[in-house]
Design a protein around this ligand. Structure first.
Ligand code: ADP
Ligand code: MG
Length: 352
């Protein structure tokens, strides 16, 4: 068998800026300590053979296979993309090991695809930059998987470094890495409810945003003025979606400034307000998640919100380091179906 080439990618948590990455806006994701590793051996034939720690049976597929709703779809899509951009001549044999929970808004799919493209770059001696691989990884989700996601996840898992948040302008693909707080941790807690981006609700929001964009004649709902949206004669649903985008954009900038200034209260407030907007304007939350966020806030988090594509998955809360243990214990006592995933800060990569 050919040599194996390895690559890793972390999961990511989005601190704030939800559904802004296909609306011309800002996002603020950070690399988690949970992550995914791929070992890839190029093949001469068109077979894609993959084993994964998360799945009992290996998958044997062909490069020409369409996405069929199998767990191995992103692998086939990524290997096909690697071939399309000249990194592989045929299929590949792969092994995947991951500690990122799937379908939880922490970008396991992007980590998987980016790690495969990085391993293929090593195998093929490619000169593509990490940004170019992130863009290629988005194509796999958009064009092969049929998930109409923006560029945040791929950029975050391809480029974010531990201990920093990535202030990413998704319109221009420009970014700044900002140190996370030292005094507080960003704690990721799973709600116990999983969702699939392929389940249609995420896509429904994208369709609604597209219709709203057509109404305003712009691709960038995040760059509209709030007053302009409020004055517009517009379907109420479209108005709510646009208002979320425009106000979320302002909140991301508030959060970026707050992180830079070490102003935890302002960061927390922006996170809390973001949750209300996701709940009431973008309508992407669930009652159980609202309850978990409310408990996180009541128990002393500086801020808490749903994170990721919505309709399940994780919340992220900003919690003072010395209170985190007690906070978490009380939170999980109130919400037994929830579970701790990760905690990151500016000091260490969440392992402290
Ligand atoms: P998220 O990206 O939020 O975790 P998605 O629904 O976008 O959720 O992606 C989950 C999909 O990614 C899984 O259905 C599977 O196809 C793939 N995947 C994620 N982790 C693994 C893994 N460890 N092994 C194999 N496939 C994985
Ligand atoms: Mg995904």
């Amino acid at each position: 068998m050919a040599d194996a080439f390895s690559a890793k990618a972390p999961g990511r948590v989005n601190l704030i800026g939800e559904h802004t990455d296909y609306n011309g806006g800002m996002v603020l994701p950070a690399a988690l300590s949970v992550g995914l590793a791929v070992a890839l051996s190029p093949r001469d034939d068109d077979t894609v053979a993959v084993t994964s720690g998360g799945y009992e049976a290996p998958a044997i597929r062909n490069l020409s296979d369409d996405a069929v709703g199998e767990w191995s779809d992103p692998v086939v899509g990524a290997v096909r993309e690697a071939k399309n951009i000249g990194l592989l001549n045929g299929g590949a044999t792969l092994d995947v090991q991951s500690s990122i929970p799937e379908g939880s808004g922490l970008s396991s799919s992007a980590a998987l695809i980016v790690a495969i493209l990085k391993a293929a770059r090593a195998a093929g001696g490619g000169t593509q930059s990490d940004v170019e691989l992130a863009v290629a990884a988005r194509r796999v989700e958009n064009d092969y998987m049929g998930v109409p996601c923006g560029i945040m996840d791929q950029m975050a898992v391809a480029l974010a470094t531990p201990g920093t948040a990535m202030a990413l302008d998704t319109k221009h693909l420009e970014y700044d890495l900002i140190p996370l707080p030292i005094s507080h941790e960003l704690v990721v807690v799973h709600s116990g409810l999983t969702r699939k981006l392929t389940d249609g609700r995420y896509a429904a929001r994208k369709v609604e945003c597209d219709a709203t964009k057509a109404h305003f004649g712009t691709n960038d709902l995040c760059l509209l003025q709030v007053e302009q949206i409020e004055q517009e004669e517009l379907d109420p649903v479209a108005k709510r979606r646009a208002l979320h985008c425009a106000t979320e954009q302002a909140r991301v900038w508030t959060a970026i400034d707050a992180l830079k200034a070490g102003d935890i209260a302002a960061l927390g407030q922006a996170m809390n307000e973001s949750h209300i907007s996701m709940r009431d304007l973008f309508e992407m939350s669930l009652p159980e998640i609202d309850a978990l966020v409310a408990s996180a806030q009541e128990l002393g988090a500086a801020g808490a919100r749903l994170t990721g594509g919505g309709f399940g998955g994780c919340i992220v809360a900003c919690v003072a380091k010395e209170t985190r243990e007690a906070w978490l214990e009380q939170l999980l006592a109130r919400h037994p179906q929830a579970g701790f995933i990760d905690a990151i800060s500016g000091e260490a990569n969440g392992k402290a």
